[in-house]
Design a protein around this ligand. Structure first.
Ligand code: SAM
Length: 244
């Protein structure tokens, strides 16, 4: 492991805003923060918003600075990336932001029923080959239902036309309410100050001239979710030619 990565991992252990449950805690579904994020960390009674696959946490930090009437938690498995966000939150003493190092597959061990109000998913890997790995698949949305409030909003911002259209098809197939949808937020002057926050991956995609998409919808609890009928083939070639 590189020296820089080791140094970041060591520093991570000292950040109060960074939570790193061990495998047993999440595997046994008994992580000590489950149902207690407000009681033991934020202590302000404000709604909790997650950023899944947060990388360096640009959205988590910027949203926390802009919306001081919410709490934000960035979730990712890569500690060396999350170090950037945790360091900023620590240095700037941002009280309403935290980070969680965990695989998202175990997220139901970390948040309790109705503990979360909204979820941002920013530039996730499109996972064209396996739908159950997509962070917006019915497999993951069923997990989010375990802790998001009824009608809680999911925001997906991505460069991937495939993931954007797949997720839209899934939302429509399940009669979930779409709040907002755009397949080119900058080209169509759709990006407001929130959508204009740019993550590291977004900057890379923009430098390649790729349009950035956005979709937000409400996740209700009405019936079991189904996968949409969606043809992956037309997207495969485009994805291969654009891989970073
Ligand atoms: C393409 S990067 C995007 C990072 C950041 N949102 C950005 O826009 O710069 C996807 C991130 O999702 C994280 N990720 C993907 N699948 C994950 C999973 N199942 N559990 C936890 N993190 C995951 C990766 O570690 C990676 O940091």
């Amino acid at each position: 492991m590189g020296k820089d990565k080791l140094k970041r991992f060591q520093e991570n252990n000292g950040f109060e805003c960074l939570f790193q449950p061990d495998f047993k805690e999440v595997f046994n579904n008994n992580y000590l923060m489950k149902g207690k994020w407000d009681l033991t960390y934020f202590k302000n009674g404000l709604p909790i918003v997650l950023e899944l696959g947060c990388g360096r946490g640009e959205y988590t930090v910027s949203l926390a600075q802009t919306f001081t009437n919410n709490n934000f938690i960035g979730v990712d498995i890569k500690g060396a990336r999350m170090w950037r966000g945790a360091k900023t939150v620590t240095e700037m003493s941002i009280p309403n932001a935290a980070f969680l190092r965990s695989r998202i597959e175990f997220i139901n061990s970390v948040f309790d029923k109705d503990e979360v109000s909204e979820i941002w998913i920013t530039f996730p890997d499109p996972q064209i080959k396996k739908s159950t790995k997509r962070l917006t698949s019915s497999f993951f949305l069923e997990r989010y239902r375990g802790f998001i409030k009824e009608g809680g909003v999911i925001h997906l911002k991505t460069d991937s036309q495939f993931l954007h259209h797949y997720t839209k098809a899934l939302v429509e197939a399940n009669n979930l309410e779409i709040i907002s949808c755009c397949d080119d937020i900058y080209g169509k002057n759709f990006a407001d100050s929130i959508l204009s926050i740019k993550t590291r991956y977004e900057q890379m995609f923009l430098s390649k001239g790729m349009p950035i998409t956005y979709l937000s919808f409400k996740l209700d609890n009405k019936r079991a979710l189904v996968e949409p009928e969606f043809d992956v083939e037309p997207y495969k070639e485009a994805i291969n030619s654009l891989s970073l």
